[in-house]
Design a protein around this ligand. Structure first.
Ligand code: 0L1
Ligand code: MG
Length: 260
């Protein structure tokens, strides 16, 4: 396991890459022995560094939740990270100048009404503890060159978290069949992708349950009021200056933004 000082130095490298908008070579190029546990230790140091800079955690997120992404990365378990307060955008503009090579993916976010403590949490328990769900477009922006990384690298890089747009239509989870909720994602008027909630581990609530069970391993739990991005329903699509992005969720409304 990596020493705390090394984790902190590697976390600082990732924070500097984000702030300087400079992609870096994956950490495992220098530390090939990096484990998944090391990745989470570096992510914890990264969160501490951001806290010291005055940023707080706004939401938790699950990543690599689709069969396609897991197969691509040759992993069997999704990963988790955090969304910081400065990452939420409410003016409909994605500022490309602040980012490296952003991609967009459509998700469903959960807001909890009750705490959820693992282990053994089920999707049904998540739905019972959920106050409401809402649509979200996550912007991922790996700090690594060409999005080239191993699992420990991407965990250390806070699962590529970068920005997020939330929709304004809130629904109680029992008002929808979340696995059947359809989503379309268009860029510049052309439909780029579509999917249904079931693309996320069979049901987006399974992803939140898995997060609760992952946190339980560290003696932590999900808390009432917490916001959770459950994972990409669509694939992630690269964005360029001038792009106009429009996504629609069945029963949950839409989100539009432009890239400037
Ligand atoms: O939110 C996600 O699923 C992203 C996880 C990290 C993998 C990537 O950057 O493509
Ligand atoms: Mg995501």
């Amino acid at each position: 396991m990596l020493a705390e000082q090394v984790c902190r130095a590697l976390a600082q490298k990732l924070v500097d890459a984000e702030l300087g908008k400079q992609e870096i070579v994956k950490l495992t190029a220098e530390y090939p022995e990096l484990s998944v546990e090391d990745g989470y230790l570096i992510q914890e140091e990264l969160i501490k560094l951001k806290n010291e800079q005055g940023h707080s955690v706004l939401a938790l997120k699950m990543g690599l939740t689709s069969q396609a992404k897991m197969k691509q990365m040759n992993v069997h378990e999704p990963i988790c990270g955090v969304i910081f307060d400065y990452m939420a955008i409410d003016n409909g503009i994605l500022p490309l100048g602040e980012l490296i090579h952003p991609k967009v993916e459509a998700e469903i976010a959960f807001v909890l009404g009750k705490d959820i403590a693992g282990p053994g949490v089920t999707g049904a328990q998540v739905l019972a503890a959920t106050e409401y769900v809402l649509p979200a477009l996550e912007i991922i922006d790996s700090r690594y060159k060409n999005f080239e990384f191993t699992l420990p690298d991407v965990i250390a890089d806070n699962t590529s978290s970068s920005r997020v747009f939330f929709g304004s239509r809130l629904k109680r989870p029992d008002e929808l069949e979340l696995d059947l909720v359809g989503v379309t994602l268009s860029i510049n008027g052309q439909m780029k992708d579509l999917g249904a909630g079931a693309a996320v581990l069979g049901h987006p609530a399974h992803s939140v349950a898995m997060l609760a069970n992952m946190l339980a391993r560290k003696g932590e739990k999900l808390r009432a009021g917490q916001v959770i991005l459950s994972g990409g329903i669509t694939g992630a699509h690269q964005l360029f200056a001038g792009d106009v992005v429009s996504a629609h969720w069945d029963g949950l409304g839409g989100i539009d933004f432009v890239v400037k």
